[in-house]
Design a protein around this ligand. Structure first.
Ligand SMILES: Cc1cc2nc3c(=O)[nH]c(=O)nc-3n(C[C@H](O)[C@H](O)[C@H](O)COP(=O)(O)O)c2cc1C
Length: 149
């Protein structure tokens, strides 16, 4: 986890999954703007490098609502009131590693601020998808960024 020296607002957490780096770049920008703490999510099993294989796996995981196993080291959201959560738009959905982290944490009484990177292709509804995964959270409208913005 990376924190800002003399954190401006320690109650803000920024969590992101990124396959090719764009979403982490956006997360860094949010950290600079808010002074929050930041964590990156990594699936235990890395995704394939070849696009056709990646797409095939992502489609299958999204279709089955798969929750990836994650590497340890991501903060619990317990001590934060506001959590920014980001991933790429994959086939109109949240990437499974982020969906998995969201599903496993309790966001009662917390504000979730989604953000995602996309390429202007199939649209996503991160607010709706995250509200389904985290029914007790106050989920706000997402920030959508093309590439790394
Ligand atoms: C498997 C896969 C599926 C994707 N599906 C979409 C999509 O449905 N809509 C879209 O606008 N972009 C889509 N993209 C593009 C990514 O969202 C975009 O390249 C994003 O900037 C990648 O972010 P990252 O660098 O954090 O992984 C897809 C990319 C991949 C690899």
């Amino acid at each position: 986890m990376t924190g800002t020296k003399g954190s401006l607002n320690p109650r803000i957490l920024i969590v992101s999954y990124s396959y090719s780096g764009n979403t982490h770049q956006i997360a860094k920008g949010i950290q600079e703007a808010t002074g929050g703490d930041r964590c990156e999510i990594y699936p235990r099993q890395p995704y394939p490098m070849a696009f056709s294989e990646l797409l095939k796996q992502v489609k299958k995981e999204v279709e089955h609502g798969y929750h990836s196993l994650l590497l340890p080291g991501v903060s619990s959201s317990a001590s934060y009131r506001v959590v920014f959560v980001g991933s790429p738009n994959w086939c109109g959905n949240i990437a499974p590693p982020l969906a998995s982290w969201l599903y496993k944490n309790d966001f009662s009484g917390k504000i979730l601020l989604p953000f995602y990177s996309h390429c202007g292709g199939v649209a996503a509804d991160f607010r709706k998808d995250i509200a389904k995964l985290c029914p007790k959270a106050d989920v706000r409208e997402p920030l959508q960024v093309i590439g790394d913005g």
